[in-house]
Write a protein that binds this ligand. Structure first.
Ligand SMILES: [Zn+2]
Length: 532
């Protein structure tokens, strides 16, 4: 405690550097299986030398929310990123960006101590914010942006030495429509992954750093398309082999990359994922259920009401022409419902949650919430008889912090695995089986660690534990305000706490993303399967 908490203890000189490699969507069971089979020698060796376990994702187990908790060490109620979209001051939905995150990421905390970092391709870091180090932003960066790197000289370096570098791999619509088109995106993924690692290597050899971080999106992209082909018990298929090849090449490249940037024996390496994967078996049109239960009423003439009578293709065609609506993939958000007669609705597919329409007074809110909870508990399962919902979380049960009220109100948990809530009202059916090979996120992500300050063995943690683990590995105390704590066995063992403010002081509430850029980002998310 005191005014200069980071001066407490002087063990930082004895600890070296930390490298965090993010593998978006890497599932612990999958990696463990193929590492044991010998297909992933680098990851297998790392697991044998060090720690291996599951990293519990955030609710929802979605990329922006989970990576933001990983890098800030706090829960979504404290950082304010609940999905790909947020509601801006005027009530419209907009894409989240680096300004949406109200808590300092670990590299900004280190920067205050004069410790430099190299950060590459972490989601929701666009637009880059000044700090001591270099940063290349990742998912959520407008595809044609020429201001995605900090400082400017890094942007110039990328332009000059890495022509064709893209901040995100797009999975175009056609990839979901045809098998051949889908297999073609593997080339893109391969090329982009190779370039990302070359760029990260170039930056880490050029600029000083004690904290390095690189996120690779390849696992997530291919698993969305083909998870059902690559689970260890799946019959072998062209797609399954191709995906395993993506992992094999990734493993080989990571091995070389770590060897090059390691330079001496003082590097601790963490491999983390923001969530795991599972088969996508069912979509649930929850708004239909809410409408049937008398809890939601489509407004006459609203886009959603029109969409309810039209084919999904038509919905998308309209959505593509209306940027703001495209950021609301469901076309069924607030504007689609009659606000005077609607009590609850599901928002975008990013949230997997239910909103209660506020009334302004706490007593009637409580009544509304209770009636929606009761209705959800009675939701029939896909067989029409069983109860589908095992539990309904209230937001204050899963989030803590000043931004909790910005979250959706209720989060249903399902008996059946592989369920995705879709806001569409275009079909009268509640449950639709998903026959395609698609995967969806699972709450169990991956954590692995090896290095001079890592004890081996099974080590499980929480997304919000990674930032404090990094601080602890660097010999720094953990801010008391952080929700996470260093994962046992990764780091020095004794943890010092300090009073350090995590709030960003120069909070910019405005979006750094223009409407045109927003449209481009939304188009990319559609390819990932976040849109129906
Ligand atoms: Zn992800």
């Amino acid at each position: 405690m005191g005014t200069a908490p980071f001066q407490e203890g002087d063990h930082r000189v004895t600890l070296g550097r930390v490298l965090v490699i993010g593998l978006d969507g890497a599932a612990p069971g999958f990696v463990e299986y193929w590492a044991r089979e010998g297909a992933l020698p680098f990851l297998g060796d790392l697991a044998r030398r060090g720690a291996f376990g599951t990293l519990r994702s955030t609710v929802p187990a979605y990329t922006p929310t989970a990576w933001t908790s990983i890098v800030t060490g706090v829960n979504p109620g404290s950082h304010g990123v609940f999905g790909f979209t947020r509601t801006d001051a005027s009530g419209r939905e907009a894409m989240v960006d680096s300004g949406t995150c109200r808590s300092k990421p670990v590299w900004e905390i280190l920067s205050e101590q004069g410790i430099p970092s190299v950060v590459a391709n972490v989601p929701i870091t666009f637009p880059p914010r000044p700090f001591s180090g270099v940063l290349v932003s990742g998912m959520g960066t407008p595809p044609d942006s020429v201001r995605f790197a900090y400082p400017n000289e890094v942007q110039r370096l990328i332009t000059n030495e890495f022509p064709g570098y893209v901040p995100d791999v797009a999975v175009p619509d056609r990839a979901r429509a045809s098998r051949r088109a889908a297999l073609q995106i593997l080339d893109d993924i391969e090329r982009v992954t190779a370039m990302r690692l070359r760029l990260a290597e170039r930056l880490m050899l050029t600029y000083p750093w004690r904290f390095g971080m690189l996120v690779l999106e390849a696992p997530d992209r291919v698993q969305h398309l083909w998870w059902k082909r690559i689970a260890p018990d799946a019959a072998s298929s062209k797609e399954g082999e191709a995906v395993l090849d993506v992992y094999r090449r990734l493993d080989e490249r990571l091995g070389r990359f770590v060897e090059v940037v390691e330079s001496d024996g003082s590097l601790d390496v963490l491999i983390v994922s923001d969530h795991g994967f599972q088969a996508l078996d069912w979509t649930l049109s929850l708004n239909n259920f809410l409408a049937d239960a008398g809890l939601a009423v489509l407004s006459k003439g609203s886009l959603a009401a029109r969409a309810a009578r039209a084919a999904p293709d038509w919905m998308h065609a309209v959505a593509r022409r209306v940027p703001r609506l495209r950021a609301i993939p469901s076309l069924s958000s607030r504007g689609g419902f009659d606000p005077d007669r609607t009590i609850a609705f599901t928002g975008s597919v990013f949230e997997q949650a239910v909103y209660i329409v506020p009334t302004g007074d706490a007593a009637s809110y409580a009544v509304r919430r209770k009636s929606v909870e009761d209705a959800l508990r009675a939701l029939p399962g896909p067989d029409g008889r069983s109860r589908a919902v095992t539990r309904v979380w209230r937001r204050e049960e899963i989030y803590r912090g000043p931004w909790t009220d910005e979250a959706p109100d209720l989060f249903p948990v399902f008996e059946t695995s592989g369920v995705m809530i879709v806001p569409r009202t275009s079909t009268r059916r509640l449950w639709e089986p998903v026959h395609a090979s698609h995967g969806t996120h699972h709450e169990s992500g991956l954590v692995m660690a090896a290095g001079p300050h890592v004890a081996g063995g099974r080590r499980d943690g929480d997304a919000q534990d990674i930032a404090p683990t990094v601080l602890s590995l660097l010999g720094l105390p953990v801010p008391r305000e952080m929700d996470g704590r260093p994962i046992a066995g990764i780091g020095p063992g004794t943890v010092a706490l300090a009073d350090v403010s995590l709030s960003r002081s120069d909070q910019d509430e405005g979006s750094g993303i223009t409407p045109a850029e927003e449209e481009e980002i939304a188009a990319r998310l559609q390819g990932l399967g976040y849109f129906e």
